[in-house]
Design a protein around this ligand. Structure first.
Ligand SMILES: [Zn+2]
Length: 473
């Protein structure tokens, strides 16, 4: 029985783990690499296992660094099932179709260049197409939280609430091998306590082999209440200066969290009644999907709905679906809030807003989530004075730049350590994945201080015998 790390090793994108058991083979997640540190070719590499032998993909959640290589896997011959929660399955339809459209647009652009520059090599093709996504979606099967599902004799799974985004799960897997039952736990991305909308992460019961994410393995978030207080202060100050607040936000999860807090602040009269633009068709669709999954909501959210309030809409909200509506925001000069995607400024409409607002001293660019190495968001956050948004266009950064870590949909160091202690105290091995090297190593060190369990920070392609993991560590 072997585990191989095929992505998110000492970095945060491209999540993929392969497990070979006597009852069958499965992947946990099948994610895309993102960011400029990853040439597009990296997503076209060989999967590193025989696709025909793969029986299942267990999907922790819909973010594309966890899900968006699935259409390619199916296009290359995967005939098994993708098992996930109902919320994740619904969100995947939206996110994978969007991803395919981007792939097709990128390929069309590359094809033009290829024709112009002498047609060297084979013509560029999209990583996958919209049609591939439809085929992939037919492979999905939903299993609700907390139900133990036997996939085959000697192999069962259960999804536990990971509190990260709608439908996100930690996955427990029971495998019988060599006459013994082993329990594997994959944390998925873990949410932060007290985050709005979704419930707090559920603690799986302890397991033998534990994989834990480490995005914020070396950092602490401000308590959520402080984050909301600072958010209010930043919005107020910018409005008082006659400026606009630009928030790059993941379309799924972060946008809804920011809307939820803005609705609260407006309802309570704590900020002036300014327009709030949501400029991302995907964020608008995702918000609709959130409404369809009340089974994922926390108590506060349910209470809000019972009291007749709508958590994601308010009179000042302006939804911009069309390109024209998006462009019209540029003509609006009064104070306002603009929420747009992508969250790390790597693509999407946010780039057009940056082009317009970076030079305006009175405006605030407010990051509401993690900015991975190599992204435009990270460069601005690290204080770049000039940035390139589109080729051959350099923009001076004059606006105020703020970061609110507390809006993050990820657990911080203390929360990760608490999770590891609860779940991994009797484990044979713990693996820290899904974190940049420094964060993953720091979390591993923290776990070693607390538990007498071998803790490992794997490299890409490392492989472990799950019956004797210590021998490979
Ligand atoms: Zn995620």
């Amino acid at each position: 029985m072997r585990l191989q790390i095929l992505g998110a090793a000492r970095q945060v994108t491209g999540s993929m783990y392969h497990v070979d058991t006597p009852a069958g083979q499965f992947l946990v997640d099948c994610g895309l690499y993102q960011g400029q540190d990853h040439p597009r070719g990296q997503n076209r590499r060989d999967f590193g296992f025989d696709i025909a032998e793969l029986d299942w993909v267990l999907l922790t959640h819909a973010h594309i660094d966890h899900s968006a290589l699935l259409p390619r896997l199916v296009a290359m011959g995967f005939r098994g099932e993708v098992i996930t929660t109902p919320g994740t399955a619904d969100l995947c339809e939206l996110m994978l179709l969007d991803s395919a459209e981007i792939q097709e647009e990128d390929a069309a652009f590359d094809l033009k260049k290829w024709r112009k520059h002498g047609r060297h090599g084979p013509p560029p093709l999209p990583l996958y197409t919209v049609e591939d996504v439809h085929k992939c979606l037919r492979a999905f099967r939903s299993v609700p939280y907390n139900r133990t599902e036997e996939l085959a004799r000697g192999l069962s799974v259960r999804f536990r609430d990971a509190g990260h985004i709608l439908g996100a799960a930690s996955i427990e897997v029971w495998v019988t091998a060599a006459g013994r039952e082993r329990k594997l736990i994959f944390s998925g991305d873990l949410g932060s306590l007290g985050q709005p909308i979704v419930r707090d992460p559920q603690l799986p019961e302890p397991g033998d082999i534990v994989l834990i994410e480490s995005t914020y393995g070396d950092r602490h978030h401000d308590p959520y209440a402080e984050t909301v207080a600072r958010f209010e202060e930043i919005v107020e100050r910018t409005i008082a200066q006659g400026g606009q607040v630009i928030i790059p936000a993941f379309a799924v999860g972060r946008t809804q969290a920011v809307l939820y807090e803005l609705a609260n602040l407006l309802r309570a009269g704590r900020i002036p009644e300014i327009p709030v633009f949501v400029d991302s068709p995907m964020a608008i669709d995702a918000t609709e999907i959130f409404r369809r999954h009340p089974e994922c909501f926390d108590e506060e959210m349910n209470e809000l709905i019972r009291s007749g309030n709508s958590p994601f809409s308010f009179p000042q909200l302006k939804i911009c679906r069309s390109r024209e509506a998006s462009m019209a925001i540029n003509d609006f000069t009064d104070p306002c809030v603009i929420i747009s995607a992508s969250g790390m400024c790597t693509g999407g409409r946010i780039r057009h807003h940056l082009r317009h607002h970076l030079r305006r001293r009175q405006d605030t660019l407010l990051f509401a989530g993690y900015q991975a190495a190599g992204t435009l968001g990270r460069r601005i956050l690290e204080g770049a004075r000039y940035v390139t948004i589109f080729p051959r266009e350099h923009h001076k950064v004059r606006c105020r730049v703020e970061m609110l870590d507390g809006f993050s949909a990820h657990a911080d160091r203390d929360e990760l350590l608490a999770w590891a202690e609860a779940v991994g105290s009797g484990a044979e091995a713990i693996f820290c994945t899904h974190g940049e090297e420094q964060a993953a190593l720091a979390l591993a060190e923290g776990i070693r201080e607390r538990l007498a369990v071998p803790v490992h920070v794997p490299e890409i392609l490392d492989s472990f015998d799950l019956l004797e993991p210590r021998a490979d560590i």
